[in-house]
Design a protein around this ligand. Sequence first.
Ligand code: BGC
Length: 722
Amino acid sequence: MSDGHIRLNRFEQRVVAQADEILSRMTLDEKVGQMNQLDPRWNREIDKLVRQSKVGSVLSIRSVSEINRLQRVAVEETRLGIPLLVGNDVIHGYRTIFPIPLAESCTWDPDLVERAARIAADEAAASGTDWIFAPMVDICRDPRWGRIAEGAGEDPTLGQAMARARVRGFQADGLAGERRIAACPKHYVAYGAAEAGKDYNTVDISERTLRDVFLPPFWAAIDEGAASIMSAFNEISGIPASANPFTLREVLRQEWDFEGVVLSDYNAVGELVAHGFAADLREAALRAVLAGIDMDMMGHAFPEHLVALVEEGAVPLSLVDDAVRRILCLKIALGLFERPYTDEGLEAQFILREDHRHAALDVARKSIVLLKNEGPILPLRTTKIALIGPLADDRAAPLGCWHCEGRPEDVETVLDGIRAVRPGCAVEFVEGCTVADDALDQVEDAVRAARQAEAAVLVLGENERMSGEARSRAYLGLPGRQQELLEAVVASGTPVVCVLMSGRPLVIPWMAEHVPAIVQAWHGGIRAGRAVADILFGEVNPSGKLTASFPRTVGQIPVYYGHKSTGRPFLGEGTVQFEQAYRSNYIDESNRPLYPFGYGLSYTTFAYKDLNVETPVVGMEDTLVVSATVTNEGELPGDEVVQLYVQDLVGSVTRPVKELKGFERLSLAAGESASVRFEVPISELGFHGLVLEYGVEAGAFKVWIGPDAESGLEAAFTVSAG
Ligand code: BGC
């Protein structure tokens, strides 16, 4: 769907020449100023510092008039008139809030995700933002980590597709007022592998896993033209990511030839001291700049120490020049020198536009995952409903983490949605309890309401403050008294549907066993409630599929589909091995997740048949072609996300039991069949082998086409050495 986007990490000669010309006129102080990013919320002297050319970029201001005012100081009151770059966290929408990125990824629809990103960029551009600190492309296999909400889940192939889509959307051509925006994939790298799911925690990871799993989405974002990259807070096997010469210089600059800007995360340079990697802020600045950081976000290390470090000869001037050239190239390429100010009339034209709100609804509908539907109880045919739960009419929770300018008053709740979709339906709403504490006890009222209704819809889960940065959780069940509320309402005997709003996969074994229908709605943005109601009443057929496995218990974490075989593979319940000891399993729990990656139900059923490997033997330069027929066997039209997985059976190093290599969202009318044909270049089946070089190895493979990572039709093919 791309109508063009701008690549911002390769610059034309004209741009570089202009940057060099400016550079030639700059003092060392002015150069170091460009490498400093400040957050005016925490700095009362910001005007003075900008006027003294000590600031190259600001973050987290979102008032156009304030941005223009500060920009005027930079452009009109400094010697060189270099405009500021204005950065903001626009993670899933600016004012029109879309579902959280984890939910967006459950659409498996990169074009739609690109559209959402473009709308966010249009609104952000109209409000004076030049630089978006997104996409967050951290692979995460641990739902305890609150930031799983911000990414695209556990899989590198899907992660790459989503990373590309978001970069295209953010850096789209022709944004509001012909302004341009730079993307900033983050957090480089392996931040999502934090030990025990605790934010900012240590990461100890092999170079092979880093290269096979965690680096690919960053590479994809850069390959798509992303302007910049943000270095992470965590250490990577002993060396903090924000002063890591291997990831920042060797991989990023040398192997990937990245010419864009490297920005540290918030005070990540300063935190090198707490890591025990630098004795003081001076050494922190030294190690970060030598490793390849171009701009220090709120670290104060560069502004305080870099000039002296260069003057002492500890930091070569050429390093500073390279960093400043990159920053200037970006400012030039964004058009900031020609158009530093934002037209203050633009916001009114773009913010919360009707087509934006409609797109938010479209994404919300497609991101909802139907986890269970016994009976089937859904879609609801009842006319008398008890709507229960602390999130059923909560206007803040659907905004999720990092909701930028999103406002509760923009949000449609599930109660609003039901009233809009089924105005004739009698709804009794009982909050029941609060999300996080025991401040409210309406359990008895809820049970009474359920008894009097034909069906009870419970809206439960996490509020907007329970996921995102610094929101790791050790218990992943329903917080507060919600489980008690749920069990009491189920005991009423009235059929129950649970709508789960959350920023992560929750651990819900009791619900999965006792509740006939479960709708995973995530934090679905401003149109969440309407989208949920559309699904509940069958106005929309659910089509989302999980992008992160749902554990049965916290003790299984990390549980993900692309694990290794081990020397004692566990072959699953129902096989003889289940009773066998000395296998890689638990004595008290299944190995399987509660709901696997790729899983999601529909109100219709899809049958897979005729798997055909058109290329049973393929050479290294060839393309694997595999097809299957998918039939909508039900009575409703529906969308199915068809998935292609492979397994490389034997390698110079061990390989995952399954790897996603393709997917396609199909729309099928009732009774309709379609042939899905995947073409995968063999070069995409490679990995980092014995000597850590990427390559494909000849040999036998399995291939599956199916509806999720645990099922599907299976066949085989061989990659020949030729
Ligand atoms: C987060 C980043 C974010 C930055 C600026 C940090 O704490 O880790 O994701 O972009 O703050 O707000």
